[in-house]
Design a protein around this ligand. Structure first.
Ligand code: FAD
Ligand code: SF4
Length: 451
């Protein structure tokens, strides 16, 4: 299969004929149930109707009234659990493919160039010269910044990495979300007047107090959930064990997939074991496969309980990823140099439901067996980035280390707001965007009453 030899995008999207055909199935329901399933409230029937009429540029304008990252969302949003889950045609098991239509509009708008979102005419903005700082350039930060710029604020977005986009650039691989798409959407947000400053770690390079002293009247913290969780098993510190976060950052952000054209390779063995069952585990597995490895994905529950999107599981199977369900790592074994040479694993069976209401996996005693491997990638979830919350005196956090906010996204500190994965724990692109959007409106309200 050619596609496991490169990192080109896998899903190709709809052409004009199939997009218009799909759009023509929409019933244009008066009460718009699909819109209720969209965390940013896109007017879905209206943009679908514009696609049906052959006007992708106008459809994109309609989407961008509510969503600043349509080419991203059309590719990675779990629409099957959101807008498409609310579509009335679900009763016939054929909901409108809203995600594919959103992507079509973004890719085929006005300038006709596929994959490059066109600039959209927006109402002229009346600048108010009030400065707001946004910390973190993932979907929550980008959306909040764009929304505030649209309301006339002077917004500066601070990012610790050298490229903006958060997980969209360092986590999700090129073959699911080309980085050119993210770059183009960030350029669009910059064109709204947002200033983006890279390589600045707020909490270290500047403190929040320094931002306020510098004239910022409010701060939105959107630093995400980038701290990897580990298994806590023996051998986890061996050479050849990566967190999914490190592995994906090396492959995507540092472009290890393009070695030797880039000077930043990632070392993996002939057999890679990936531990986990979510999107992050599948992204890691599919990257390792493309780098030439045999890949075994070890998951402690069954396929039906995998949190990953169905489409990703199917793609991974087609690409030759081997799945070991009802299996849990017990120990990572090493050779005399301290390098991984096997994983000791245990078989599981399903027991009574746990707090997530899914059947709890229970160890089968004496079922130990060995999996020969030279690399292990741990993808069992991420926790909120702790640096900033720890660096801010008086900022309240929860026992899960998320930042506590009230119903207006305000933290325990006056003028400091937060949203996205840093308040929810690892979630989705669109829910982070929804938080960014709502927080921007709350920041606007707060500053209006304050001034
Ligand atoms: P992030 O995207 O994490 O962005 C936070 C940003 O803040 C980062 O750029 C970070 O460098 C920066 N930062 C952190 N601390 C500081 C600081 N002190 N100063 C300055 N900058 C700082 N969701 C989906 O909907 N669909 C998917 O298919 C999907 N796949 C995923 C695959 C992977 C591999 C991962 C890891 C996640 C995936 N998700 C997916 C989840 C989704 O990407 C996240 O929920 C979303 O990106 C959260 O957005 P955010 O803006 O809160 O944070
Ligand atoms: Fe169209 Fe489905 Fe929305 Fe009805 S619920 S307007 S059919 S997308």
């Amino acid at each position: 299969m050619q596609r496991i030899k490169d990192f080109f995008e896998v899903a190709l999207g709809l052409d004009e004929e199939s997009a218009r055909l799909e759009a023509s199935r929409c019933l244009q329901c008066k009460n718009k149930p699909c819109v209720k399933g969209c965390p940013v409230g896109i007017d879905i029937p209206s943009f679908i109707s514009l696609i049906k009429e052959g006007k992708p540029g106008e459809a994109l304008e309609k989407i961008k009234e509510k969503n600043f990252l349509p080419a991203v969302c059309g590719r990675v949003c779990p629409q099957e659990d959101q807008c498409e889950a609310m579509c009335v045609l679900n009763s016939k098991k054929i909901p409108i493919n809203i995600g594919a239509l959103e992507r079509y509009a973004a890719d085929h708008a006005a300038d006709g160039r596929r994959s490059i979102p066109a600039a959209v005419n927006r109402k002229p903005i009346t600048a108010n010269h009030n400065k707001v700082a946004v910390v973190g350039s993932g979907p929550a930060g980008l959306t909040c910044a764009a929304e505030l710029a649209g309301l006339g604020y002077k917004v500066v977005l601070f990012e610790s990495l050298h490229i903006p986009g958060g997980v969209l650039v360092y986590g999700i691989p090129e073959f699911r979300l080309p980085k050119e798409i993210v770059r183009a959407e960030v350029e669009y947000i910059k064109s709204l007047g947002v200033e983006v400053r890279m390589n600045i770690l707020i909490g270290k390079t500047f403190t929040l107090d320094e931002l306020f002293k510098d004239g910022f009247l409010a701060v939105f913290v959107a630093t995400g959930a980038g701290l990897p969780n580990f298994l806590g098993v023996e051998g986890e510190n061996a050479a050849g064990v990566y967190s999914a976060n490190e592995f994906l950052t090396r492959v995507n952000l540092m472009k290890a997939y393009d070695f030797p054209r880039t000077a930043t390779p990632v070392k993996i063995g002939a057999t890679v074991v990936v531990v986990g069952g979510g999107n992050v585990a599948l992204d890691s597995a599919r990257c390792a496969r493309r780098l030439g490895a045999r890949v075994i994905l070890v998951y402690r529950r069954t396929e039906a309980q995998m949190p990953a999107r169905r489409e990703e599981v199917e793609n991974a199977k087609e690409e030759g990823i081997e799945f070991m369900f009802l299996t849990a790592p017990k120990k990572i074994l090493t050779d005399e140099r301290g390098c991984v040479n096997a994983m000791e694993a245990l078989k599981m069976e399903l027991g009574a439901p746990d707090e997530s209401l899914r059947p709890r996996p229970v160890l089968i005693k004496g079922s130990d067996f060995l999996i020969d491997c030279q690399t292990v990638i741990i993808a069992i979830g991420q926790s909120p980035n702790p640096l900033l919350p720890k660096a801010i005196k008086g900022l309240e956090t929860t026992p899960r280390n998320t930042i506590k906010v009230d119903e207006n996204f305000m933290t325990s500190l006056d003028g400091v707001f937060a949203g996205g994965d840093i308040i929810t724990g690892a979630d989705t692109v669109i829910s982070a965007m929804g938080a960014g959007k709502k927080a921007a409106l709350e920041i606007d309200k707060y500053l209006r009453t304050k001034n």
